[in-house]
Design a protein around this ligand. Structure first.
Ligand SMILES: Nc1ncnc2c1ncn2[C@@H]1O[C@H](COP(=O)(O)OP(=O)(O)OP(=O)(O)O)[C@@H](O)[C@H]1O
Ligand SMILES: [Mg+2]
Length: 481
């Protein structure tokens, strides 16, 4: 069999010689010294694996050029196996590269044995991908838009719209069923906008009790209500210079909608209990899985607010209308889970069939969960339909609103208790509820106030990351037949 092609993007000749010497027996090694040469080599020699030195000319002292090349490589082929190599003091950029989709990273000086292992792993997966593409009778050109994967015309349209709106400060309404990627889209707009260095803040309007939502959004002044000892900034203010995602905006009460409208018109807000308006520069993105027009008809949503937030409307299509994306997404989740679980798996043909037949009412989130589960459940080298547990699944949309509310309620309670160091009266005042109500909440969520008193913290559970990884892979091995 032909040796797999390895492309090394490195501008240091001495290092290139060293790599060639170490790797030429196993790989057909090609070199490129800069971004342009690298992209040419990709077309000419279709490498299975690519290593990229992040410090490429003309910016050898920053990772800019290397990261740009990584983006280009992944845009050309979302499944490209790119290993980045970076200075030992530059872990931050290494992690950034991983987030962009790099396969792995190595710190300089590169340990050649370590490099061999990573290359072997990457080549193995590249071969699986190639086989799978071949089985499917051709390549699907995959595209990433930030963290959003999609190749269907519908998704390309979405990407185009997101690109356009990212350039502006317009308020955007993201609509779509649960699990279609609305939050990802909001993050992508932020990341592509001039505000990307500013904060991205999200608030789930459906999960926060109405009484708390107002101060969560607008903040509160000291003395706004009994027990408000401190001034607290709201999310609108915390997102200053950045973007605020108002998730599940359809759940917001009519009263609060009026206050939001005022902010959207004037870009000024008053904290609860405050008198002086504060001007903040926050871009608002709203998301909903409800049809707001219907909500307006039922007098549950204000038309004037709708017109303010729907300057641009982006609809995230449900997964069942993106059939070509299903396998693409499934493979991408498979690759990620396999890396996390340290397993080598692929879908059997009947699994691929089951995946394409299923209607995915919970959309991409459901697919992601099914694949993660399958990677844990699968025995042997193939994932079978039963591992995916999608055969007889009733239409479920994942997390219900009640679950989300309960989760947030518990979180708000725990946060208040830790701020008040377990003092129930203080926490009650801070949350604006009575002491008996707090006791009910403690019982409901099985929380013990005493554990928040200022005493010595219990040590973190034993073990470090490496240890935990080791356990994972042992467990994974045990599950192999
Ligand atoms: N196109 C995509 N490519 C890769 N991952 C995706 C894509 N769309 C969604 N996901 C993943 O699916 C999950 C659900 O996405 P997200 O939370 O953005 O959906 P949502 O529309 O906000 O859902 P909900 O209405 O339930 O809040 C996330 O884990 C996200 O990373
Ligand atoms: Mg969401």
């Amino acid at each position: 069999m032909d040796k797999p092609v390895l492309l090394i993007v490195e501008d240091d000749d001495a290092l290139c010689t060293q790599y060639r010497f170490a790797l030429h027996e196993e790989y057909s090694v090609r070199f490129a010294k800069n971004r342009v040469q690298a992209m040419k080599q990709v077309v000419a020699s279709k490498p299975a694996v690519i290593t990229v030195d992040l410090g490429l000319p003309p910016h050898t002292d920053t990772a800019e050029e290397g990261l740009e090349l990584l983006r280009e490589l992944l845009a050309a082929d979302a499944l490209a196996k790119v290993i980045v190599i970076t200075g030992s003091n530059d872990r931050a950029n290494a992690l950034k590269a991983l987030r962009l989709g790099a396969f792995d990273y190595l710190l300089k000086p590169v340990d050649l044995d370590q490099l061999r292992v990573v290359l072997q792993r990457a080549t193995y997966l590249a071969e699986l991908d190639a086989e799978l593409r071949w089985n499917q009778g051709g390549e699907t050109p995959a595209t990433w838009f930030e963290d959003i994967l999609g190749a269907t015309p519908k998704m390309r349209e979405v990407f185009d719209t997101l690109t356009q709106v990212a350039k502006t400060d317009a308020t955007v309404l993201l609509q779509g069923e649960s699990g279609t990627g609305k939050e990802l889209a909001a993050r992508a707009i932020h990341a592509r906008s001039g505000r990307s260095r500013g904060p991205f803040v999200a608030i789930n309007c459906g999960a926060i009790p109405e009484t708390l939502l107002e101060s969560e959004l607008f903040g509160s002044e000291r003395g706004a209500y009994t027990g408000a000892h401190m001034q607290r900034k709201g999310k609108l203010e915390l997102a200053h210079g950045g973007t605020l995602l108002l998730d599940e905006i359809g759940e917001m009460s009519l009263g609060l909608q009026v206050k939001l409208l005022r902010f959207l018109q004037e870009r000024r807000l008053e904290r609860v209990g405050g008198r002086t308006p504060i001007t903040v520069d926050t871009r608002v993105i709203a998301a909903t899985n409800k049809d707001l027009k219907t909500e307006i008809g039922a007098a549950r949503f204000r038309e004037d607010v709708y017109y303010r937030i729907s300057v641009v409307v982006v609809t995230m299509p449900p997964l069942r209308e993106r059939s070509e994306d299903i396998v693409l997404l499934a493979n991408s989740f498979l690759r990620r889970s396999c890396e996390q679980q340290r397993r080598k798996l692929r879908f059997s043909l009947s699994a691929i069939e089951a995946i394409t037949r299923h209607r995915w009412p919970g959309n991409i989130r459901e697919l992601e969960n099914a694949v993660e589960r399958a990677v844990i459940m699968a025995r042997g080298r193939f994932i079978e339909p039963k591992d995916l547990a999608i055969e007889a699944v009733p239409e479920s949309t994942g997390l219900s609103l009640r679950d989300a509310r309960n989760r947030t309620e518990r979180q708000v309670l725990v946060e208040a208790l830790s701020r008040c160091q377990g003092n129930i009266s203080h926490a009650a005042r801070e949350l604006g509820v009575s002491r008996p109500a707090i006791h009910d909440l403690l019982a409901k969520h099985n929380v013990v106030a005493g554990q928040f008193r200022a005493t010595v913290r219990a040590p973190q559970s034993a073990g470090n990351d490496a240890g935990a990884d080791g356990e994972e892979s042992d467990r994974a091995r045990e599950m192999q037949p």
